[in-house]
Design a protein around this ligand. Structure first.
Ligand code: ADP
Ligand code: MG
Length: 249
């Protein structure tokens, strides 16, 4: 049994079958990549895992419990955190304040915006946020405005905001999209560090095969809303069906 078990998930948007009978099993403490052409249903699948979309049928079990019917913040509290394609940070706050927000949200069980009000007040939470920044090698930037960071550092900050909540499963939707090579490599290194230091499982949607093959232990190829194949990176690389569906050969 994986920490995440998706069984027979279907999702339609009007006449379009975005997901058709999706099965996915993600083993605990592994990095599992989901790849596939544009429009394959990757983001739709992720949205079904975090409660942003509700599948028409099927089941999604996380850590032995169903996530279906739960609100996104409840699923977040179960231990699933998501990193967005564009980092969701508060540009006008400092790096440290940004990391303090999810600490409050976690402690108070509140939404992040509620926590924003009290963000300047608490010493214990400040210590926790500083330790987190040290952990992702960003402590020296604690006082900088988040909006002034490079793209790679914004991603690093967003990761810190997720990790401070101690998720069991981190979901990443194209974390290096639009990044220059240096920032992409920086993100790969960060994800490797995170994986080595913590008992965490990652599910990553990614177009950049360099990123996929640097990180993933298992790969699922999604095509037209249905898993085509699931295998190790080595087996995926040479698979004719993958080349046909994914590389358009
Ligand atoms: P991917 O992330 O693999 O590129 P998506 O999951 O975003 O693919 O989209 C899968 C299909 O579902 C696409 O054809 C897309 O246009 C469609 N789709 C996604 N979200 C919606 C929506 N909210 N309403 C209607 N169609 C959608
Ligand atoms: Mg997408």
């Amino acid at each position: 049994m994986g920490i995440l078990e998706v069984k027979g998930v279907n999702k339609r948007f009007g006449g379009l079958q975005a997901l058709g009978d999706v099965n996915l099993s993600v083993a605990e403490r592994t990095v599992h990549a989901i790849i596939g052409p544009n429009g394959a249903g990757k983001s739709t699948l992720l949205n079904c895992l975090v409660g942003k979309l509700i599948p028409d049928s099927g089941s999604v079990m996380f850590d032995g419990k169903s996530v279906l019917g739960r609100k996104p913040h409840e699923i977040n509290q179960m231990g699933i955190s998501r990193v967005f394609q564009t980092p969701e940070i508060f540009a006008d706050l400092t790096v440290l304040e940004n990391v303090m927000i999810p600490c409050f949200a976690r402690r108070d069980g509140a939404f992040r915006m509620h926590a924003l009000r009290s963000v300047r007040s608490e010493g214990g939470i400040r210590d926790q946020a500083e330790a987190m920044l040290a952990d992702v090698s960003m402590l020296e930037k604690a006082g900088a405005h988040a909006g002034s960071l490079s793209r790679g550092d914004k991603r690093r900050l967003e990761m810190a905001m997720c990790l401070v909540q101690e998720p069991k499963l981190l979901l990443l939707d194209e974390p290096t999209a639009g990044m220059a090579r240096a920032d992409t490599n920086n993100t790969i290194d960060l994800l490797k560090e995170i994986k080595d230091k913590r008992p965490i499982t990652m599910c990553i949607i990614e177009h950049d095969m360099h990123v996929v093959f640097s990180l993933a232990e298992r790969i699922t190829v999604l095509a037209q809303g249905t898993p085509l194949i699931e295998d190790t990176p080595d087996n995926i690389k040479g698979h004719p069906k993958v080349r046909e569906a994914y590389l358009g050969e």
